[in-house]
Design a protein around this ligand. Structure first.
Ligand SMILES: Nc1nc2c(ncn2[C@@H]2O[C@H](COP(=O)(O)OP(=O)(O)O)[C@@H](O)[C@H]2O)c(=O)[nH]1
Ligand SMILES: [Mg+2]
Length: 197
């Protein structure tokens, strides 16, 4: 897809702040520091639109971006960052599950994991939620440039096995540095937007 425009819409801390109207939405989820903002920026080809943060886990807001005046990207709060206060850790689940459960115009969820590491219990739990809500979703393993081809193949296989037992067939290898996997993700987004019409 050719990105002709991409702009920040708003940060929402509560459901009443979510944008109104029927613009379809693609949501991005993953652990803090996994490379979520980098993925959004590199998909759009816009540096610094979704902030790549040095204090991960701090933002509990949903950040909405309008792409091509046609659909939203939604940057959901990251999870699993040990140093945030417990209360914030607990509110994460509430914020994210209420968005996933209630948002009718959500057409695709993109779950991001780190290609270097085995998916965690939290990654598995999030994946189960996504399955439970019966919404289209894909899993992306990012930072692929940090591995050799052999390591990458092995780790993608391991992640596919991990999520496969829960339903996802395929894990897309991605790198924000090289753009690897970009076309596959756009393909999934285009499909989801087409189906939703
Ligand atoms: N080498 C490499 N580094 C990445 C990639 N994606 C993200 N990073 C780095 O990982 C760190 C966290 O990225 P960020 O996008 O802020 O993660 P977020 O907290 O999930 O939004 C930053 O230092 C990024 O530069 C990637 O594909 N390759
Ligand atoms: Mg971020």
């Amino acid at each position: 897809m050719k990105v002709t425009s991409a702009s920040f819409v708003k940060s929402a801390f509560e459901p009443k702040d979510w944008p109104k109207g029927d613009v379809p939405e693609v949501a991005f989820l993953g652990r803090s520091n996994v490379g979520k903002s980098s993925l959004i920026n590199s998909l759009l080809g816009v540096k610094g639109l979704a902030r790549t943060s040095s204090t991960p886990g701090r933002t509990q807001a949903l950040n909405f971006f309008l792409i091509n005046a046609r659909f939203h990207f939604v940057d959901l709060p990251g999870y699993g960052y040990a140093r945030v206060p417990r209360a914030i850790r607990e509110s994460w689940g509430e914020i994210v599950t209420s968005y996933l459960a209630k948002r009718e115009k959500l057409v695709l969820s993109i779950q991001i994991v780190d290609s270097r590491h085995e998916p965690t219990t939290l990654d598995g739990q999030l994946h189960e939620w996504l399955l439970a809500y019966v919404k289209p979703h894909v899993v992306v393993a990012t930072k692929a440039d940090k591995l050799s081809q052999n390591e990458l193949r092995r780790n993608i296989g391991r992640a596919e096995k991990f999520f496969g037992t829960q339903g996802a067939g395929k894990v897309i290898a991605y790198s924000a540095m090289t753009g690897r996997g970009r076309e596959q993700i756009w393909q999934a987004i285009i499909e989801a937007l087409t189906v939703s019409h």
